[in-house]
Design a protein around this ligand. Structure first.
Ligand code: ADP
Ligand code: MG
Length: 280
């Protein structure tokens, strides 16, 4: 057993070396030296992030650090210009794919500010999204009974209120309802990598718990979550395996769940000072 463990450790090590030379894609999602800018202003300044299946990653950091930008770049938002670096998902070059292709490959982004889509019902929106992804994979549209079964199961999973049935996507929804709908969409699409951008903001404690429970139920050995959050609060309910602190476009500290607890007490000031000193 110990030998096997040692071998595995060594294997990962060699694989890391091979990563640069022989295209060994051990991790599901691999972000290397990612630089991105908007209107000529550099926002991401060399992000390295390795995401393994079955794990939850928290990205924390002060406002304006680039957390949402990282999520947008991952999802393929074209307003950002990737100037350097790479993103691969199971070995595939994500940067070469359009946003909808990335989604079909299993990237899901729950927005910090979900948009309203007047005139489009939740069910029709989900049907279109699922069938587009099926088409990408060469599958027929999902048969209606299967779709209805799935939608019922997932609505229950996130305790989506019945009164939202038949309503247009996010139109007139409260903050909490919008965030729940994001988690519901995630449950329906069953992504490989789900990014939740401040899904906790604007939630009361009950909605927060439901959102967190939804994530915990969806967690499996085949997917991974990146939970972006400003506060420790959400992490009381979703335990991260790894915590990264993003500041001024760089990951300046990495730790386990205790790092989040520590930051809750100390704030970001010391870390910011150290980083400002290092990169001045
Ligand atoms: P965070 O999510 O960590 O609060 P953001 O990624 O939203 O940070 O923002 C990082 C930086 O990028 C900020 O300085 C912000 O003003 C800038 N930025 C983000 N989006 C845009 C945009 N659409 N146009 C111009 N600047 C932007
Ligand atoms: Mg943000």
């Amino acid at each position: 057993m110990i030998l096997a463990f040692a071998f595995f450790q060594n294997f990962s090590y060699f694989c890391d070396i091979k990563n640069t030379e022989h295209n060994c894609y051990e991790n599901m999602l691999s972000i290397k030296n990612l630089h991105a800018s908007i209107d000529g202003k550099e926002i991401l300044k060399g992000i390295n992030l390795e995401i393994e299946k079955g794990k939850v990653y928290a990205i924390m950091g002060p406002n304006g650090s680039g957390k949402s930008t990282l999520a947008s770049v991952l999802a393929g938002n074209e307003i950002f210009n990737v100037t350097e670096g790479s993103i691969t998902l199971d070995g595939k070059d994500l940067l070469a794919l359009k946003p909808e292709e990335r989604a079909a490959e299993g990237v899901f982004l729950a927005f910090q500010y979900p948009v309203e889509i007047p005139g489009v019902s939740i069910n029709n929106f989900m049907k279109a999204a699922i069938n587009e992804q099926r088409k990408y994979h060469g599958l027929e549209p999902m048969p209606a009974p299967e779709f209805l079964r799935l939608i019922k199961e997932k609505k229950e999973l996130v305790a989506l209120d019945k009164k939202l049935d038949g309503r247009s996507v996010n139109q007139g929804f409260s903050g909490g309802e919008k965030k729940k709908l994001e988690v519901f969409q995630m449950a329906m699409l069953n992504p490989k990598i789900a990014v939740l951008d401040e899904t906790d903001s604007g939630l009361d404690i009950d909605a927060l718990r439901i959102v967190a429970e939804g994530v915990n139920k969806l967690k499996s050995n085949d997917n991974a979550f990146i939970v972006i959050t400003h506060y420790q609060r959400l992490l009381d309910y979703i335990t991260p395996d790894v915590v990264h602190v993003l500041y001024n476009g760089r990951i300046i500290k990495t730790g386990d769940k205790n790092l989040a607890l520590e930051l809750e007490k100390t704030g970001y000031d010391d870390l910011k000072k150290q980083a400002d000193e290092m990169y001045k």
